[in-house]
Write a protein that binds this ligand. Structure first.
Ligand code: F6P
Length: 360
């Protein structure tokens, strides 16, 4: 192996640049390899948009959000969207990718992505392409690793938002609802709700009874706590209620992505408690900005371990945190099954013990 290609697929995520930097530095310093950056994710692999990466290309990017390589959500080389005669059709362009890799002399690929991109990595592996994946998502919903990079940064941003909402909620005796991301998992809501001292946390894994949420907030008011903070995951669902976001998060361009379940719950809570209620949809603020120190460290470890995995012939693997180690695990184990919050787990139990309601 002489030359390695690196690409970032799916949504951006704090820590992406730290991974790219570690990939490039480890490849060059430790193994004397060359690195090619593939621009705009799988789009660049299909269309041969690539550029060499040197140590100077990755200098000063450790703390920077976003990705110096660009990324796209939608391009899948195995089902590549092509417009023909005004109609959208899907074609398998994987052979074109392989030809581009050969042309560029790329011997192995590092694919940094969430479930979607890592599933594509697995398909390339099955076609004989040497590939190693790195688990990226703020949602922390990949089952084969203890933590994905980007999660800690998203939790930190959401916690800061809760801290700010606390002071304004208290001043006005209001219910403040914070809707956070997480797709089908409640990790961001659970961790930020715990860290920020939320009164109610609503997550997809525990369908909530709105009557119980009301009761909890009213009981707080009777005890003199005339404000409440509700952290709600975008994928949370009310028992017997409509699935407001569940069906929509996969379709990123649906208008309801502009804010969903938080508003629905706000209207109902205002009616049942008689308290003024306001909603903040945190949205992409959670994905932007600098990675936390924890994410910088994890990203650096992942990037460096990905190159070690390639150089020891561990293809078709994803580097995973199995505390305290980073280990290569088969991509088959890593994709397809979303890691959800354990409803009877210690974290939920601790939250309940300190008086947080999950509406169950
Ligand atoms: O997977 C990351 C994530 O930010 C989810 O939490 C969210 O549901 C989705 O991506 C938003 O996607 P988009 O950036 O396409 O709106």
């Amino acid at each position: 192996i002489k030359r390695i290609g690196v690409l970032t697929g799916g949504g951006d995520c704090p820590g992406l640049n730290a991974v790219i930097r570690a990939v490039v530095k480890t490849a060059i310093r430790r193994y004397d390899l060359e690195v090619v950056g593939i621009i705009d994710g799988f789009y660049g692999l299909v269309n041969d948009v690539m550029e060499p990466l040197t140590e100077s290309s990755v200098s000063g990017i450790l703390h920077r959000g976003g990705t110096i390589l660009g990324t796209t959500n939608r391009d899948n080389p195995f089902r590549y969207a092509v417009e023909k005669d005004g109609k959208l059709t899907f074609e398998d362009r994987s052979e074109q990718c392989i030809a581009n890799m050969k042309k560029r002399g790329i011997d192995a690929l590092v694919i940094i992505g969430g479930d979607g991109s890592l599933s594509i990595a697995l398909e390339f592996h099955k076609k004989g392409i040497p590939v190693v994946g790195v688990p990226k998502t703020i949602d922390n919903d990949l089952s084969a690793t203890d933590v994905t990079f980007g999660f800690d940064s998203a939790v930190t941003t959401a916690t800061e938002a809760i801290d700010k909402l606390h002071t304004t909620a208290e001043s006005h005796h209001r219910i403040m609802i914070l809707e956070v991301m997480g797709r089908y998992a409640g990790w961001i809501a659970l961790y930020s709700g715990l860290a920020g001292g939320a009164d109610v946390i609503l997550i997809p894994e525990i369908p909530f009874d709105l009557g119980k949420v009301c009761e909890h907030i009213r009981a707080r008011a009777e005890r003199g706590r005339k404000f409440s903070i509700v952290v709600i995951a975008e994928g949370a669902k009310e028992i017997g209620g409509e699935l407001v976001v569940q069906k929509l998060v996969a379709q990123s361009h649906d208008p309801v992505r502009l804010g969903g379940i938080g508003h629905v719950v706000a209207q109902k809570l205002e009616m049942c408690t008689g308290m003024e209620t306001r909603v903040t949809v945190l949205g992409h603020v959670q994905r932007g900005g600098s990675p936390t120190a924890e994410d910088r460290i994890l990203s650096t470890r992942y990037g460096s371990a990905a190159i070690d995995a390639i150089m020891s012939g561990q293809f078709g693997k994803m580097v995973a945190l199995r505390t305290p180690k980073i280990l290569p695990v088969p991509l088959e184990e890593a994709v397809g099954t979303a890691k959800q919050v354990k409803t009877e787990g210690q974290i939920v139990q601790a939250a309940k013990s300190v008086g947080i309601s999950f509406g169950d």
